[in-house]
Ligand binder design. Structure first.
Ligand code: ADP
Length: 344
């Protein structure tokens, strides 16, 4: 609210200054013209008194008159030029303030969303772990072993979630400073296949298909970073689909690039949101109404990791519904059969 008042005050002052410029310019024009006419009269009288001209009309063909006209036009051009320059500078200033304000609003909305989501993301696994431990502590000996096992697994799952959140926060902070990658030739199809298998086991109700072209080249990359990229995309595809989720992961080679696509048939992403999903803390909609868990860090991390591997990431609509995230990564210069370095 205070920001809005400040913005209006700034616009008001700038508008006032713009009008003042125009008004001062107009005044300068008239003063310049008056001074020009006064000089003409003065010169006419002076030259007539000295006998240089016979009649006042002779003055208009004299050299002195030409000089006065040239100087008058020069002054006029100067006033005009300065008015245009100052007005344009002011307009540019207004535009910069407006753009800054829009960014400020978007960023504070994202920060607020982040605070709300992080509070939720920190509190809910902690509550889950506490509840599981409390139940085991109070009624552990009366509980059947399978129930005890189920509670322990729930606690472990929540602890993993907490761990992932902390890792994401640390990783996103490190990605913004200098982050050291460990580059090695990787068989991406094996890495993706392993993740797809893991995700299928963790989400038995979901259908995750994986297809890859044969004899794909290796990429040169950081195994941990690329694992995080693929997991993030598959987890999002599952999270933003109504169950039972159907996800198709495909890998193919296109020239000197490997193209990885993760396609879902979920809720999809609207046009204007597609531009923002890779921004830090951005989540579609508002934290007050959203039902899914998350922090808005996942796609930011994915984009930064892909960028660090000299790759690209794009998002588009899936048909008839859902989203496709498409990544390209340059293939390693070392050929698969020649590589002596460890592969996945
Ligand atoms: P998080 O999932 O933690 O919110 P992300 O950075 O992974 O954060 O994603 C940012 C936002 O992009 C999500 O909040 C969601 O609104 C949207 N999004 C990401 N992946 C998908 C998807 N596959 N389908 C629909 N929306 C998605």
């Amino acid at each position: 609210m205070q920001n809005r008042h400040l913005r209006f005050l700034t616009y008001f002052i700038m508008g006032y200054m713009l009008l003042a410029f125009v008004w001062w310019s107009f005044l300068l024009f008239t003063k310049n013209r008056d001074a020009f006419h006064a000089k003409i009269e003065l010169q006419q009288i002076g030259m007539a008194a000295e006998g240089v001209i016979q009649s006042p009309m002779d003055f208009y063909v004299s050299e002195r008159y030409q000089e006065l006209v040239t100087s008058y036009r020069k002054q006029e051009r100067m006033i005009m030029g300065e008015t245009i320059f100052l007005s344009l500078s002011l307009l540019a200033g207004i535009y910069v303030i407006y753009r800054g304000y829009r960014r400020e609003v978007a960023s504070s909305k994202q920060q607020r969303n982040f605070l709300l989501s992080i509070t939720h993301e920190l509190k809910s696994p902690l509550a889950g772990i506490r509840l599981a431990l409390e139940t085991i502590a109070k009624r552990g000996d009366q509980l059947p072993p399978d129930k005890r096992q189920m509670l322990s697994m729930r606690g472990i799952k929540e602890a993993d979630r907490l761990n992932k959140l902390v890792e994401d926060l640390l990783l996103s902070a490190r990605l913004e400073s200098a982050y050291q990658f460990h580059q090695e030739p990787l068989a991406l199809e094996e890495l993706v296949e392993r993740i797809v298998l893991q995700q299928s086991q963790q989400n038995p109700e979901a259908e995750i298909d994986f297809s890859a072209s044969t004899s794909l080249a290796h990429v040169s990359g950081d195994r941990q970073a690329l694992t995080s990229v693929v997991i993030n995309l598959i987890e999002n595809a599952l999270k933003y689909s109504s169950p039972p989720a159907k996800v198709v992961v495909s890998l193919r080679q296109q020239g000197d690039q490997l193209c990885l696509e993760v396609a879902d048939q979920g809720i999809g992403i609207r046009g204007q949101d597609k531009k923002q999903v890779f921004e830090k803390f951005f989540r579609v909609g508002s934290e007050d109404t959203r039902k899914t868990k998350g922090t808005g860090l996942g796609l930011f991390i994915v984009k930064e990791l892909v960028k660090a591997h000299h790759g690209t990431i794009k998002v588009r609509d899936n048909q008839p519904q859902g989203t496709v995230f498409a990544i390209t990564l340059p293939i390693a210069t070392v050929k698969k059969e020649q590589s002596s370095l460890p592969v996945v």
